[in-house]
Design a protein around this ligand. Sequence first.
Ligand SMILES: Nc1ncnc2c1ncn2[C@@H]1O[C@H](COP(=O)(O)OP(=O)(O)OP(=O)(O)O)[C@@H](O)[C@H]1O
Ligand SMILES: [Mg+2]
Length: 208
Amino acid sequence: MRFGRVDALVDVTVSISPGEQVLVTGQAASGKTTWLKCLAGLQPPTSGHVRWGPDDVARLDLEERRRRQRSFGMVFQSDALFDSMSVLDNVMLPLTKRQVPRDEAVERARAVLDRVGLSAAHGKRPEELSGGMKKRVGVARAIVAQPSILLADDPFAGLDPSTERSIAELLLEVSRGRTLVTALPDPVASLPLARVLRFEQGRLGSVP
Ligand SMILES: Nc1ncnc2c1ncn2[C@@H]1O[C@H](COP(=O)(O)OP(=O)(O)OP(=O)(O)O)[C@@H](O)[C@H]1O
Ligand SMILES: [Mg+2]
């Protein structure tokens, strides 16, 4: 079977300053996740440039790209938690990847799980948690290595209104002093971010 070509992003030029709080909205398949992955250097654009400061990400060597990627923490749309591992081990992953000694990694992961209100869930598996708790684990993992830029992809999907409010409060709290870029289908009152962008079929549209 052949599928037609999809241009997930077209002529998108956006510049984000350190410390900005940005909401990117748009209906399903409008390009939000693709854009966040491009920002974080997880997906190279087929054309165009992603710049971190003055540097084109594509021109950085692998080691330098990995080093700069450490500025980013991402709350994934799909949670992307490993059910075969405990909640604590999931949260420790970014530290383990950076060769942080295990004792220190455990201590930091515990502290961040306490901060997101999951002190009692360290030893559980993600599959044993509710949707809202999983999101909290995702937030904990995204911030455990103290990134300066936090990306949150559709963090309220599938949550009831009160859980949405509590996750929004958590995102606002943990993103203080950081750059925050959040993707949502539409603006929500619980997450009033200063700057709002809207994608329409991969292009930047006007915000109503
Ligand atoms: N790896 C891929 N291969 C082919 N097409 C892709 C891939 N990833 C995304 N797309 C396509 O790019 C377009 C944008 O997808 P993207 O996931 O960025 O949208 P989105 O705005 O995040 O949607 P949603 O709100 O449903 O999460 C869609 O048409 C999608 O099918
Ligand atoms: Mg998406």
